[in-house]
Design a protein around this ligand. Structure first.
Ligand code: ADP
Ligand code: F6P
Length: 484
């Protein structure tokens, strides 16, 4: 069951903020529960997972869309965070969110694993909505405030906001990959997007390759002077660097040690028929996540009896996402066909080979699933980071469990001891899953211990303080008056 909240809405008092986060989505969506009562539901995706605990600890405002077309609710407080909803019309949801953000930029930035679509009306709506976000931030930012803009939906905001409020310190962080020159240059708005990003004082990426791509594009497309110190453009210095995002490791560990969660994990194993091997996959139902390659590899492993169909279960949790977009609907049909084909072939009466769940879960239930799983299969074709992989590792407090991880996930640069695989290479992927399933406890711990140690030293708090601290230091080095 997804996390829902019915706590009374507290209105935000008027005033301004020293810290503002801008992201397409607020951390909670307005929704309706199973009894038809209005409620707030945690928004999907890694961005919210990472930023929510940070913003709970600091007093600041979060500006974002509340998840439905139509007028925006009044600003309200949730979990101690001041939320300022932005209204989007139905046309804007089509053009800015489903269109330019998720029909153009998302596939283009993920190696064009699906064909990006380019439409001028989408671009116009993207500009209009980015301006609305910039204006909303300009209204509520205190003098000299720190404004942190997030992700590919809002790439024009830093430039727009700088024009409106040159006194602000502006950071931008991209949660998804930033593509190489050959791909980025397909984008009709390419110079405009680069100028938008360079409106920030600090631009952050998940992976060093993304940072290199950005620096190259700044020089090639805009003629910016790129040095070790930064990017000199339009009379200002802009820093670009790598800040790999992470999770709230302490909170994940707390969940993992909670007796109720541990009991639920044991119950899940029983409900699945106590098989020898439980393989788990948890993704938004997105074509970047490599779900089809994973199902193909699993099917062949069952067919070749490298995994025993009577003793193996795959649990595929597929979080509903972007369901209005054709490519996502087509993916869902293909995945559901593959799941029923595998079950038709290898399941028995009262025993499934693939448990497919197209639902959101609360964090305790997810943690129980992580604890129940012998093998976690994270096989994206391209992913900015992938927090699910980190959550699995953080949950395995006794060092058992086996992570199979795509080398095309940003997390692969940090979780080096995982069974790393190329998801396009089905034979290699099969070997990775089979080896992970066969590993003994000593081998599991040999791999898990260093990954757990890495995560303890690199949690989400370090990510956030690293980014904000850098932004703070830069603005002291480059005084506002020079930028204004
Ligand atoms: P992305 O941002 O592309 O969705 P990530 O793996 O980085 O991918 O982040 C996904 C986040 O969503 C994780 O924090 C994960 O726990 C959460 N999540 C995944 N599946 C579910 C689910 N079924 N219900 C609720 N949250 C989920
Ligand atoms: O970083 C991945 C991401 O796109 C986030 O920006 C977003 O919040 C999340 O996935 C979920 O996607 P959506 O907001 O389109 O449901």
């Amino acid at each position: 069951m997804a996390e829902v909240s019915h706590t009374a809405l507290t209105q935000v008092p008027g005033g301004t903020y020293d810290l503002i986060v801008l992201a397409n989505r607020l951390p909670v969506d307005h929704a309706v529960d199973e009894n038809g009562r209005p409620c707030r539901r945690r928004s999907p995706g890694g961005l919210v997972t990472a930023l929510h605990p940070i913003m709970k600890r600091r007093s600041g405002a979060w500006i974002g869309w509340h998840g439905r077309p139509g007028p925006a609710p009044a600003p309200f407080v949730h979990d101690g965070i001041h939320l300022h909803p932005i209204a989007l019309t139905g046309d804007e949801v089509d053009g800015y969110y489903e269109g330019q953000s998720n029909g153009t930029i998302w596939p283009l930035y993920h190696d064009a694993v699906e064909q990006p679509q380019f439409h001028r009306v989408w671009q116009d709506r993207y500009r209009a909505v980015n301006r609305r976000f910039a204006e909303a931030a300009a209204r509520v930012a205190a003098p000299g405030a720190l404004v942190w803009v997030h992700d590919y939906h809002l790439q024009l905001v830093p430039g727009m906001l700088r024009e409106l409020r040159p006194d602000l310190r502006i950071g931008f962080f991209l949660h998804i990959p930033f593509p190489p020159v050959e791909l980025f240059c397909q984008m009709p708005m390419r110079e405009e997007i680069m100028r938008g990003l360079l409106g920030a004082d600090l631009v952050g990426f998940q992976h060093p390759q993304a940072t290199r791509n950005f620096r190259t594009l700044a020089a090639d497309l805009l003629g910016a002077k790129v040095t070790d110190r930064g990017i000199w453009y339009d009379g200002r210095d802009v820093a670009a660097d790598t800040f790999p995002i992470s999770i709230d490791v302490a909170e994940q560990q707390r969940l993992a040690l909670d007796p109720a969660v541990r009991a639920r994990a044991a119950e899940i194993r029983r409900e699945l028929g106590d098989p020898r091997t439980i393989v788990l996959a948890v993704d938004r139902l997105d074509y970047t996540k490599g779900i089809e390659c994973r199902l193909r590899a699993y099917e062949e492993l069952l067919s070749e009896r490298r995994l025993d169909p009577a003793q193996t279960v795959l649990v595929q949790v597929a979080v509903p996402t972007r369901q209005q977009i054709d490519q996502y609907q087509a993916l869902r049909e293909r995945v559901e066909r593959a799941v029923s084909r595998i079950n038709g072939e290898y399941a028995g009466i009262g025993r499934l080979s693939v448990h497919y769940v197209h639902q959101s879960f609360d964090r305790a239930e997810l943690a129980a699933l992580y604890l129940a799983a012998d093998v976690m299969a994270v096989t994206p074709l391209r992913d900015g980071m992938n927090l699910v992989a980190k959550e699995y590792v953080a949950t395995r407090t006794d060092g058992t469990g086996a992570l199979v991880l795509s080398e095309f996930a940003g997390a692969a640069a940090e979780l080096e001891e995982a069974w790393q695989v190329n998801p396009h290479d089905i034979d290699g992927l099969k070997d990775g899953i089979a080896d992970a399933a066969e590993a003994d406890v000593a081998e599991q711990r040999r791999r898990m211990d260093p990954m757990r140690a890495h995560l303890h030293a690199h949690d989400v708090n370090r990510w956030a303080t690293g980014f904000m601290g850098r932004l703070d230091r830069l603005s002291r080095r480059w005084p506002r008056s020079a930028a204004a």
